[in-house]
Structure formats: C-alpha cells, structure tokens
Design a protein around this ligand. Sequence first.
Ligand code: AGP
Length: 345
Amino acid sequence: MSTQMWNEILEQPAVLESCGRVNEKVLREIVTEVSRRNIQSVIIAARGTSDHAAVYGKYVIEYELGIPVSLAAPSIFTIYKKKLKLPGTLVIGISQSGKAADVLEVLKNAGESGALTVSITNDPNSPLATGAMYHLYCNAGLEKSVAATKTFTAEIFLIAQLVAEWGQNSLFKKELGQLPQNLFKGLDTDAIKMKMERYRFIQECFVLARGINYAVALESALKIQESTYVRAKAYATSDFYHGPFAMIEKDMPVIVYAPDGPSFVDVMQMIKRLKENLVDLIVVSNVNEAIELGNCNFKIPQTSNDLLSPFYNAVIAQMLACELAVIKGLNPDQPRGLKKVTITL
Ligand code: AGP
C-alpha cells in the first residue's frame, strides 16, 4: 500500500535543504533583535507534534546557549486570562498549520507584555505567521497525511539553525548544512518493512530515550498512537525507573533510542535491565553494543554532535509507525477520529 505518510517521510532531505535556504535572512534578523533586547529566557508554546519540536528546542537552546527555556501553559492566557511579565523573553510559537488558537493567544499576550515573538509554521499566510514579530517558514510543501512527518523535522531544523546563528557556532552551522544530504545515509527501507512484521499484533508498547532524544521518544509514541492505535507511551529512561517499569508485561515491546553521546551510558543501563527482564527490545542506535541486544534493531549514522541524532531517530520513528500501520491493515493517512488541523483553546 502506498501512503502519503511514507511519501512525505521520503521528502525530508529536500525539505530540510530548502527550509534552511529560505530562512537565512530572517534568522540573522532575529538574532540581531535577540542581542539588541539582551534576551535571557525563552518560552515555547505548541501542541502535538509541534510540542515535541518544542521539547527539542528546550534542550538545544539550554545546551548551546545556557538560556533557560520553559514550555508554555497556554491555559494561563486562554482559560485563566492572566498576564506574564515578559521583557527580556523570547516567546516562540510553533504550529504546522499556523492556526493553533491557543498558541496564537500566547504569542499575542507575550507581544503585549514586552516579549520578542517568533513563530514557526508551514503556512506563511496563517494567523501565527502574520501575528508574530518574526516568522520562520518550514517550506515543507503541503502535508496531506494526518500524521505530521516532514513538518516536524523542518521545525526542529529551524530551531537548531536559530540556535547555531544565535551562538555564532560555525561548526554546528556546517553540520546542519550537511544534514539534508546525510539524512537517509545507510537507510534500508525494505529492512524496516520486514522487521516490523514481527510486531503485527502488538497492542501496547513503551518508547524510551534520554536527553535531547526525549523529544523523539515523545514523537515516536505519538506517531505510533495515531497511525496504528497501539497504546504507546513515552518516557525518559530516568523516569521509567520510578514506577512505569512495573507495567511491563509479555507482548509489550520497548523501543529504545540509544545514540552514541553523553546519554548513551544511562540508556545502555536501561537496555541491560530490560534485557534481564526478558523484554522484547527494539533498539535504534549507532553503537554495536546496544544494537546487539535488540530483538529488532535499526542502525542510524554516526553523529559528531548529540544535537543531530534526533533527526536520524525521527526518520526511523516515522517509518516504523507508518510500516506498522500498513502491516496492521490500517491507513496512516486517515486515522479514525482525527483531522489534519486540530484547534484547541
Ligand atoms: C501529528 O502527527 C498530529 N496529527 C498532531 O499532533 C499535529 O501535529 C497537530 O495537531 C498540529 O497542530 P499545529 O498545526 O498547531 O502544529
């Protein structure tokens, strides 16, 4: 079965290349304004997949710039009608459609309260694109599948580019410039299809990662939930020890994102503990030690920087969900009860 979701996943190298190119000027303008205002804190507002891009944003900004980032509670503005004191704050609203009413409300209030506002959307004419002081454009083309794929990687790519520009980190800029051409390096799509067969009948699973890949664990679980209806739940490995571990039962596989880097030792400990408990493990990694312990495994390219592995892991997460849906006889483009654009307040 050919799906829009699969086709859109395959578009990602081209999407990243073009979204990097079209935003060069505005990225520089934002950084000039950030310096002029001496920005000392960041708040990000988003929902669904865009909210997972926000989690990536929190890690990449705090890691690279040492500036604290919090994720907005939109109901403070939309339901409780409160104001925040925001001078010296950058508020970023992320929405693929650019129509998220609550995110718009956060940006509007933030601008009135003295914040610098930036939106990231895939529609330059949307309310969020036109309502923020600056707009970063995903330029991903129309995304038809309900499951967001290319817009997610475009969002995190733009955040990473903003951070590289803000920190004047020329190595990170170079690595991001090379990412589109490397994104599918070594990827064996037939193997992904074949390997997912084993999981045709699963009803539940867990998805684990640590550090910057926590964003991918969240996104991976969401992709599985909406495309396959499998009850997938994401945790940081550190949280999984504190109770959720007890939920593990037979026929409940655990997907672990375990790239090389500062979080590897911690994630590897969890992999070993799961193995001792005879858990069926799906390991996504570029380290043989981890890959060898997987009942099923997916290899990603080596990365020179921990901030890059989420891109490779996201592609595997999307393909894995899409294939599992097809194997289960479902159409991931049209999940039951969902629409492409969801407006919440
Ligand atoms: C993504 O796969 C989901 N269908 C959903 O989370 C989606 O990303 C979200 O509803 C989009 O909202 P946005 O247009 O405000 O980003």
